[in-house]
Write a protein that binds this ligand. Sequence first.
Ligand code: SAM
Length: 243
Amino acid sequence: MLSVVQATGHGGESPGAESPGPATVREGYDAIGIRYHEWSHRSPTRLGFLDEVLRRLAPGSTVVDLGCGPGDPATRMLAEHHTVLGVDLSMEQLRIARRLAPGALLVQADLVDFSLSAGSVDAVVSFYALGHVPPEDHRPLLRRAAAWLRPGGLFLTSAPLTPGAGVEEGWLGVPMFFGGIGRDATLTAVTDAGLTLESAREVEEEEGNGRTVGFLWVTATKPIHPAVIPAVPPAAGPHGARG
Ligand SMILES: C[S@@+](CC[C@H](N)C(=O)[O-])C[C@H]1O[C@@H](n2cnc3c(N)ncnc32)[C@H](O)[C@@H]1O
């Protein structure tokens, strides 16, 4: 059973430094509405990684989809076989997801201060959402996501390739916030979160209007046997030396 543990306040590594990012993202996706789905839902890259997740999960697994957006195709296809919780900031995207992914549970929350019980899910997936999260929140989010996984659980995300943050005016017709920590810091954050990195693939995609955009697609797993670190040193020998 999934239980949402909703923390309060901003969960980043610099308390007090509120980012304008989440408000811009929420208002932007509310305003874009169905246009995001029309623009994006055919991506063959997402379908390829989705297929990988679907092949690896046992039927009836529990999956959380971070930044589920309109819920199609990823949330919908996952929910056809698994218990899926889609999380998103934008009520408008969630309204669309309610229609396009009727089998999924949906919750409105900011990924930055959203949490689940430790060890409660078999997979954490996030398609194209991490690039809207303020840089200072990437590492804490990856740490929390790793904690939600059961041993052996699967993590998949598409992360921005370059570090930085800012608002792009006129993205699908609205101002949109983008943030990232870049390739190397993302990979370090994944392993620092206690996950075993399986693959990191840079994939370029057509964005339309002759533009391309690249993401770092990461798969990682939660170790089944966590490293055993002795809590106390071995017993001392007869003369005080370690025996
Ligand atoms: C590019 S869309 C991706 C949607 C979907 N995952 C897909 O593959 O089409 C990004 C989604 O992430 C959501 N999002 C971005 N930042 C978020 C945050 N901090 N908390 C929750 N949702 C967020 C946006 O509202 C948007 O619906």
